[in-house]
Write a protein that binds this ligand. Structure first.
Ligand code: AMP
Ligand code: MG
Length: 346
């Protein structure tokens, strides 16, 4: 990592403490009993300031350590592929080749883009990985500012998702217009958590919980045989949970307007952009999606945040998934099954 990268990361981490509210905490996992398995947990700050925690159920600490080391290494590999702060990452190379030539990508990057395109159409354009130029202009992460209408209109033609062309057989991706930029922020953490799960299972872990900020994936059971308990952060009450859910083999992904934001003249400008307005989406405060697929839960959460509660709940129903949306006025919209089994603290 060169010096610029180190400084960039440091500034992101510092900024993180200023702008990033404690995100979706997962409730403490109590020690196991009734089996020979124990719980082992490690946490790191990765990907420029994102807290990543992993808890596994294993018989021996030695095995747990080995599995956790491999899973964290996998995340570092994916970060090297997808970081928009590394000029040599696959996503940066793809962005740099926009309008010039297709780029051959790894199967992980293909998966990321394929799912992004799928959720783009599912969310009627609400999820759009091609928003990179607008995300860079708003720069909520580094140096927040409100771009002018003229600036936004000038880059609008660069954000058509159908200008992202994926050739599945050759694993090549072409961004057809110069200046286009893919931003993996709305889907990457879900896929990363999902990959960490595959590695932990491959190392013989019988249960585990991976949390990359608000993207949580659980598998198997806790040592005492009970499901994992996942907490959903309340979008307005600091360090308070909106709900706790018991889940097994599931991904729980939350998108919120409280994660990265700034307030100017009483208006909350946050990091999830409405692709039509090219401004923060003001239809929701938070969206939580449950799906067996981490990447699907992640992308869908971001996309439905943009669409808001009415379209959002109807798409969830069509998809047969559970979820909860807190709308712009703080009202709760939960799928019927979730409402029946979970107590929400509004
Ligand atoms: P999440 O926390 O998963 O909702 O992801 C938010 C991140 O996704 C932002 O910080 C941006 O990097 C990116 N993003 C913002 N708006 C969108 C959008 N409408 N579609 C896809 N990605 C987005
Ligand atoms: Mg997301």
């Amino acid at each position: 990592m060169d010096r610029r990268e180190v400084l960039k990361r440091m500034s992101l981490t510092v900024l993180g403490t200023l702008l990033v509210k404690p995100t979706n905490l997962f409730a403490a996992v109590e020690s196991g009993s009734g089996s020979d398995l124990g719980l082992f947990r490690q946490s790191r700050v990765m990907m420029g300031g994102i807290p990543v925690s992993m808890t596994v159920a294993a018989e021996r600490k030695k095995d747990a350590d080995r599995a956790l080391k491999a899973a964290f290494a996998e995340i570092e590999d994916l970060e090297r592929l997808w970081s928009i702060y590394r000029p040599d990452s696959e996503i940066s190379r793809l962005n740099a080749a926009a309008g010039r030539k297709p780029v051959t990508v790894s199967s992980q990057t293909r998966r990321l883009i394929e799912e992004g395109m799928h959720v783009h159409s599912l969310t009627e354009g609400g999820f759009n990985m091609a928003l990179g130029p607008a995300i860079a202009l708003w720069n909520v992460m580094d140096a927040p500012r409100i771009p002018s209408k003229g600036e936004l209109n000038r880059i609008r033609p660069l954000m058509r998702a159908d200008s992202v062309q994926l050739d599945k057989t050759s694993e090549q991706v072409f961004l057809s217009k110069k200046g286009m930029k893919i931003d993996p922020g709305g889907i990457g953490k879900g896929l990363i958590s999902e990959r960490a799960k595959v590695i932990l299972k491959g190392h013989g872990m019988q249960g585990g919980l991976i949390a990359a900020a608000g993207d949580i994936v659980v598998f198997g059971k806790k040592p005492n045989g009970t499901p994992w308990r996942v907490g959903i952060q309340h979008p307005r009450r600091k360090n308070k949970l909106l709900a706790s859910l018991d889940v097994s083999d599931m991904s729980v992904s939350t998108s919120g307007d409280y994660e990265r934001y700034f307030i100017k003249k009483g208006v909350r400008y946050h990091h999830i952009l409405d692709p039509k307005a090219l401004a923060p989406a003001w239809t929701s405060r938070s969206v939580t999606i449950l799906s067996p697929s981490g990447r699907h839960a992640d992308a869908l959460g971001t996309g439905l945040f943009v669409l808001g509660p009415e379209r959002g709940m109807s798409i969830l129903k069509k998809e047969g998934l559970e979820g909860v949306i807190i709308d712009a006025d703080g009202r709760l919209h939960a799928s019927p099954k979730l409402k029946a089994r979970v107590k929400f603290h509004l």
